[in-house]
Design a protein around this ligand. Structure first.
Ligand code: NAD
Length: 366
């Protein structure tokens, strides 16, 4: 028993959920445990004013449960604003499964996770995120209808990553237009960090556009694979953040713009797919602004995936998916201009629009 080893006065200082820095008035946090399959998951439901909380499931070998909780709180909050700014009638939610996706993910574990999702009666709808594939969502679909991102052969919209990458590409072009006066990325020196599902698809767009692309990843196999396919350069140095570059595209995990990296950054634009790129939004957003680095808010430009899975719920087709995703270009430019005119960070400018939409709906509901 934890109370045997920690006194109640010590325990009262911990405030495990509501007291977390990342807690932002989340509506519900659900801890899921199943001894037989080894499932340990947390579902975070941040806000359901605009609709059911939709967001992917991430499977990751966290160092400890605090990290997992922190991640799900941050990610689910991000989903609320992502859907709000994209004009979708969805709330924000996310799930994390604690474990190694390569060695611990089994069909039984995925189906058990699906049962937990089902128990929320549609308040949370899942999809894929890091460590998940379309086939995993197909397994979840066997036990609950509250899942998106299932195979096209099973009536779903398929893997959302290519559309996410296309949206990031649109957002990047808008940021380039704002910063360099031209949306063309030809000969731009672009670093893509993380060449997984989204990163690789982004590399393809950039190479087609004539950009000079450098890639990094923790997987040598992936690096070699992407280099051989697209002829891009593998980064051989040991401090990516200090490298001169036009555009930094974080496409791995979040919080890479932090106290350790932010003053080293030589990039002129940051535009990537990773969620929660700013370790502390207010502080790091402000420093980027002061340093003249244009930051295309992550939750705005990586919305292609949610646009894609939302199609499954709303029954719209590929054309509408592309139209909505291409609109990320306009919204990004609008936000960058708004931030400049109002003297706020780009992240704040984007959040203001998202929050206003939620507040308006809340007022209408009353
Ligand atoms: P993925 O798991 O397919 O790819 C992630 C890649 O990052 C892997 O190749 C991994 O080896 C690499 N990586 C991990 N840590 C790294 C590090 N420290 N340095 C360099 N590389 C590292 O995931 P994905 O689906 O491509 O998603 C990438 C990011 O985009 C995630 O943050 C995800 O939350 C976000 N995102 C994805 C989607 C989507 O549609 N898949 C939508 C919105 C946001």
């Amino acid at each position: 028993m934890i109370s045997d080893v920690i006194s109640s006065s010590e325990l009262s200082k911990i405030d495990p959920v509501f007291g977390q820095n990342s807690f932002d008035n989340h509506e519900q946090v659900v801890f899921c445990n199943d001894k037989d399959t080894g499932l340990k998951a947390i579902i975070g439901i941040h806000n359901t004013v605009l609709g059911p909380a939709l967001g992917g499931t991430r499977m990751w070998q966290y160092n400890n449960e605090w990290e997992a909780l922190n991640d799900v709180l941050r990610l689910s909050r991000g989903m609320t604003f992502k859907s709000a700014i994209t004009g979708l009638n969805l709330g924000g939610g996310k799930a994390v499964i604690i474990g190694d996706a390569k060695t611990q993910k089994t069909p039984e574990l995925m189906k058990k996770f699906g049962e937990f999702v089902h128990s929320l009666n549609g308040k949370y709808i899942t999809a894929e995120d890091v460590g998940m594939e379309t086939a995993d969502m197909d397994l979840v679909r066997e036990v609950t209808p509250y899942v998106t991102g299932i195979s096209e052969s099973k009536g779903g919209a398929g893997n959302p990553s290519p559309i996410t990458a296309y949206g990031v590409f649109m957002g990047m072009k808008a940021a380039a237009k704002y910063k360099f006066g031209s949306e063309g990325l030809e000969d731009r020196n672009i670093f893509v960090q993380g060449i997984g599902n989204v990163g690789e698809a982004l590399v393809e767009h950039l190479v087609n556009e004539g950009a000079k692309v450098t890639i990094t990843d923790i997987s040598n196999e992936r690096l070699e694979n992407v280099r051989s396919k697209y002829g891009v350069t593998i980064y051989e140095g040991n401090d990516l953040y200090s490298e001169p570059m036009d555009i930094y595209a974080p496409c791995a995990l979040g919080a890479t713009i932090n106290d350790d990296t932010i003053y080293k950054l030589k990039a002129k634009v940051i535009a990537g797919a990773a969620n929660n790129q700013l370790a502390v939004e207010d502080i790091h957003g402000r420093i980027l602004q002061e340093r003249g680095i244009v930051y295309a808010p992550d939750f705005l430009i990586n919305a292609g995936g949610i646009i894609n899975v939302y199609a499954e719920l709303e029954n719209y087709g590929k054309q509408e998916i592309i139209r909505k995703t291409e609109n990320i270009y306009n919204t990004t430019l609008e936000i960058l201009e708004k931030a400049k005119n109002n003297g706020v960070t780009t992240n704040v400018a984007a959040l203001e629009i998202a929050k206003e939409r939620i507040e308006t709906r809340k007022r209408k509901k009353k």
